[in-house]
Design a protein around this ligand. Structure first.
Ligand code: IDP
Ligand code: MG
Length: 140
């Protein structure tokens, strides 16, 4: 087992519906520990840069608009195989395809408004953590 850090966002659809605690409970019960966290309202520039890998996709503009439509919680999670574990706890991108009990199956509103983000690799986790957090904000 390898202890890893991954990056997570509780998206605006979930903060709007007061689901922050329920989502963190699923992450904690799933074996992950919150080691950094803040509630922020993403700027358009931050959302565009964060999702720049998707900028040629037809859903990019809508996604940026959605991600800036309300506050989000950005957080660093730590645990055994945290990158994969977080993706398992989140469930598939489209909540209709997500396993029962996963965050997206339980809470997501739609393919776009799917309640959570999670890094897809250890390499991207480091990039995403560094995008939002300084070393002095992470308390392992
Ligand atoms: P992921 O969040 O499961 O890693 P990605 O393919 O990286 O999924 O897509 C990033 C985000 O873009 C998704 O979480 C979702 O909010 C949104 N998204 C992905 N595909 C679509 C789509 O086909 N229509 C609308 N929004 C989408
Ligand atoms: Mg992704």
């Amino acid at each position: 087992m390898t202890t890893e850090r991954t990056f997570s966002i509780i998206k605006p659809d979930a903060t709007r519906r007061n689901l922050i605690g329920k989502i963190i409970t699923k992450l904690e019960d799933g074996g992950l520990r919150v080691i950094a966290q803040k509630k922020i309202h993403l700027t358009k520039e931050q959302a565009e840069q964060f999702y720049s890998v998707h900028k040629e996709r037809p859903f990019y503009n809508d996604l940026v608009q959605f991600m800036t439509s309300g506050p989000v919680v950005v957080q660093v999670l730590e645990g055994d195989n945290a990158v994969l574990r977080n993706r398992e706890l989140m469930g598939a991108t489209n909540p209709a395809d997500a396993e029962p009990g996963t965050i997206r199956r339980e809470y997501a509103e739609s393919l776009e408004a799917n309640s959570v983000h999670g890094s897809d690799s250890l390499e991207n986790a480091k990039i995403e953590i560094d995008f939002f957090f300084g070393a002095d904000e992470i308390v392992g």
